[in-house]
Ligand binder design. Structure first.
Ligand SMILES: Nc1ncnc2c1ncn2[C@@H]1O[C@H](COP(=O)(O)OP(=O)(O)OP(=O)(O)O)[C@@H](O)[C@H]1O
Length: 833
């Protein structure tokens, strides 16, 4: 970008081009409609010091004067700041123009066809409004982005008089253009549907037809090289293509939608109570972080159940209400019990997903790599490196305004927490526009790393005991008044419950929540006496709950359920659980019965949307740390073995070719609907995680039984008989990337555990098979079988599943014997890729 610099005596000259790493000084930018080309002062004129006699010189003078009044030394005008003879420069300018308007300190809209000279008779107001409505500025293509991109837009008449007040102008412009006011006021354009944004351009004209498309690039946050002469149709096709790629990249980035996670968390935790988090808004540490530019990183720390997650939900709500339209807000909730969202890579994916959803132009930091590597960019062994580089460049994007990044429960980031902390510290010192909020338990290792950040604010819930205590009291009041209503407590009972909770809560929300949950299930009679079964302190409460389970008739089943829920890598569904526990055999079609059994575990577990969760992470911690011998009397590995072997059994019994009866081998995965009943309903978890449980069991050499991986053992038999069905199921579960990782893990394990076994050969071949055919099977599950034809003639999997090869397909000769470079062409087959 090059600017015009004013010299203080009414003249200006062109600067050199600013390179991408140079800071561009604050500048004004002009928006106008072009006169005849010869009438505009162009780049050459400025270079040669000519053009002062052209009518367009008037606009330059206007900018000089207006910028001076606004204290700006620089400005930019499209007629003369771009060397249009330089094709590369022109292309770059077309793709950058939206950002240039966006980053300008002020945008002056100069309306040469609106005059403020005439006054209405007997009035102080001018008759400019009807001319304003008719101005050709509203009919031109490029002026659409000039209206939408800038942060500050001011309108001027022919006489250089500032027009109207902002509010009424915006209303008028909305009436003239039908563009929603939210978009006119700087709202994020990604919030508007693609077809709506296209409709804003419909009635506008451009001199060159292709410009009708090129002037939309910034509005969609995409880049294409302009190619005048291609015609508007072709240009539109290319624009649509780019929008599609942008959507694809965003979809691949998606690992979870943190907005949905937040809604789910609030809902499961019984709804967010404003009275119980509002204290934070007045807290001096919070205000310091919020108000001071140097407050870049706020760390909220506190013991389990102190309400950190809910506090962050509240802060997110308040920020989204109060922040400027141009600010971005991105957040992530780590959850240790769910392997999809308990690692540093997932945190970055979640944060980036929300950022690019709000400001699509940020996708440019991902696109180049994504175009080359595809989804694997976010999933393969180098995903962290790639994502952290992308993240660092996104947060330094010059178009970013104040950006709030929020991460809840750092202590629940099980994988690569230290890398994540280092990246947070690094990026927080690199960009002052990014403001972080994080929460975690009081962990010294987190403290140690975050201490390295400059300008950090620490907010300890224990050190703010008065505020937290008051917040817990209002929570108790709210909960007990609900209970009293629902259970028809007498005033005396209500008061007794209140007093008991006030006295024993120890400023811990969670303890209150759990006790109230139990009280909901108890009859009101004799309730005052029953309160004593809830000792103060979370662990004492959990202990009491486990004692109750232990003395019940179903103690063994309950412990098996708790042990299984404690070792799974992500929350299982009620049906999924039936595959993992023998006692629940045959109940997959009967989730209500499974629910009854899970309910036997009292308040330690909760079921939501058919999925089983610990009522809180601290329950899992308690089981694994405090009473591990009770839950895992023979060791945790034994439970891993049970989950692994039960998974294998369930898959062996139910997986088959074309399990969804699709028939057509080319049916794309996104068009497949789950049949009812879904034969995979209880098999998703087993399919995705069986190798991980095998791995965890085998890590205990004392328990390990070599027969499992030996020739003729259960793994060997499964691979030989069911491998392709498993691949098909993995594709239907949209988990092919995980399948690749599992096969690599299985290969490493087999090589380590069994020196010589035919299992090694099968697993090795199976791994190459999945690596080679992953994309094809990922897009169409039944390609698992067509893939046989494209495998080397000596592939073991090919030989084992020979009878599953599609018939009637002619393959050109030349298939390799081994797995290297086996490329082939498929002929006479409609699914050829
Ligand atoms: N503002 C609030 N509104 C409604 N419920 C709340 C609020 N704050 C806390 N709670 C209740 O307290 C429980 C514990 O709160 P939360 O999960 O936020 O604690 P935490 O500090 O994040 O715990 P941990 O660090 O162990 O994960 C919640 O499940 C919810 O029931």
């Amino acid at each position: 970008m090059r600017l015009l610099q004013c010299d203080g005596i009414g003249r200006c000259r062109l600067t050199e081009t600013f390179s991408s790493n140079e800071t561009i000084p604050p500048y004004a930018i002009l928006s106008h409609t072009w006169g005849a080309e010869d009438n505009e002062v162009n780049f050459d004129d400025l270079k040669k010091d000519t053009g002062t006699d052209k009518p367009g010189y008037e606009k330059i003078q206007f900018c000089v004067e207006q910028a001076r009044q606004d204290g700006l030394d620089y400005f930019w005008i499209d007629t003369c700041c771009i060397n249009k003879d330089n094709k590369a420069e022109l292309s770059k300018a077309i793709n950058s123009m939206f950002r240039w308007y966006q980053n300008a300190a002020r945008c002056y809209v100069y309306l040469s066809d609106v005059s403020t000279a005439k006054q209405k008779a007997n009035s102080d107001t001018c008759e400019w409004e009807s001319a304003f409505r008719r101005s050709k500025w509203f009919t031109r293509g490029w002026t659409l982005q000039e209206l939408l991109a800038p942060r500050v837009v001011e309108f001027f008449s022919q006489q250089r008089k500032r027009l109207g007040d902002k509010g009424s102008l915006m209303r008028q412009i909305h009436e003239i253009t039908a563009i929603p006011e939210a978009a006119l006021r700087g709202g994020l354009l990604s919030r508007f549907h693609v077809s709506d944004r296209l409709s804003w351009m419909e009635d506008r004209r451009t001199t060159r037809e292709e410009d009708k498309v090129y002037s939309l690039l910034g509005i969609f946050g995409v880049h294409i090289a302009p190619f005048y002469g291609e015609g508007v149709g072709r240009a539109f096709d290319r624009l649509r293509d780019e929008i599609k790629k942008l959507e694809e990249c965003t979809r691949d980035l998606h690992v979870t939608d943190p907005r949905r996670d937040k809604a789910r968390i609030e809902e499961t935790k019984g709804g967010l109570l404003e009275d119980s988090y509002h204290w934070i808004l007045e807290n001096p540490d919070f205000r310091r972080w919020q108000g001071e530019p140097q407050g870049r990183l706020l760390w909220i720390k506190g013991d389990p159940g102190k309400g950190k997650t809910m506090l962050l939900c509240g802060i997110i709500n308040e920020l989204s209400k109060s922040m400027a339209e141009t600010s971005l807000l991105s957040y992530f909730f780590c959850q240790a019990t769910d392997s999809r969202i308990n690692n540093a890579t997932a945190v970055l994916r979640g944060l980036l997903f929300m950022l690019v959803s709000q400001q699509p132009s940020l996708i440019s930091h991902l696109r180049e790599k994504h175009d080359h590597i595809g989804k694997a960019l976010f999933e393969d062994a180098n995903a962290w490196v790639a994502l952290s580089e992308i993240f660092a460049s996104v947060v330094q994007d010059p178009s970013l305004e104040v950006t709030y990044l929020v991460i809840d429960a750092l202590d629940e980031c099980v994988t690569d927490l230290s890398k994540l902390l280092d990246l947070i510290v690094k990026t927080s010192s690199a960009s002052s526009r990014v403001k972080w909020i994080m929460s975690s338990r009081n962990w010294p290792n987190i403290e140690e790393r975050l201490e390295r950040a400059e300008d950090q604010v620490r907010l300890s819930l224990e050190l703010n005991a008065d505020s937290v205590s008051a917040a817990v009291r209002s929570y108790i009041k709210h909960k007990v008044s609900r209970l009293a209503q629902d259970k028809k407590y007498s005033d005396q009972t209500e008061q007794a419950v209140l007093d008991y909770l006030y006295t024993n809560a120890n400023d811990t929300f969670l303890w209150v929540a759990l006790v109230c949950q139990n009280l909901e299930k108890m009859s009101r009679f004799n309730i005052i006496k029953k309160l004593e079964v809830f000792p103060p302190g979370l662990n004492s409460l959990y202990n009491r709950m486990v004692q109750q389970i232990n003395t019940s008739d179903d103690a063994e089943l309950c412990k098996r359920i708790l042990a299984t829920v404690a070792v799974v890598y992500r929350p299982v569904t009620l049906q999924g659980l039936t595959s993992l526990i023998e006692d629940l055999d045959g109940l997959a079609e009967n989730p209500d019965s499974v629910k009854e059994m899970v309910d036997l575990c009292g308040s330690l577990l909760t079921i939501r949307g058919g999925t089983i969760y610990f009522v809180h992470q601290s329950v899992k911690d308690f089981l694994l740390k405090e009473i591990i011998d009770v839950i895992f009397p023979s060791g945790r590995e034994v439970v891993h073995y049970t989950v692994f072997s039960r998974s294998l059994l369930a898959m062996s019994n139910a997986l088959r070719q074309d399990v969804y009866s699709l028939g057509a081998s080319g049916c794309p995965v996104e068009q497949i609907e789950h049949p009812k009943p879904d034969p995979l309903v209880a098999l998703r978890y087993p399919c995705i995680y069986w190798v991980d449980h095998l791995y965890d069991w085998s890590s205990n050499s004392f328990l390990y039984d070599a027969g499992v991986l030996a020739s003729g053992g259960i793994v060997d038999v499964f691979m030989r008989k069911k491998y392709l069905y498993w691949l098909e199921a993995m594709s239907l579960c949209k988990s092919m990337s995980k399948g690749v990782v599992s096969m690599a893990k299985l290969e490493a394990l087999t090589e380590k555990q069994v020196a010589t076994s035919s299992t090694i050969q099968v697993v090795r071949d199976a791994r190459r098979f999945i690596m080679y055919h992953k994309s094809a099977i990922e897009s169409s599950p039944l390609q698992a079988y067509s893939a046989l034809l494209f495998s080397p003639t000596r592939s073991i999997i090919r030989a084992l599943f020979e009878d599953k090869e599609p018939k009637g397909i002619i393959i050109k000769p030349g298939m390799q014997e081994q797995w290297s470079n086996c490329l082939s062409t498929l002929e006479g087959h409609s699914d050829s890729r």
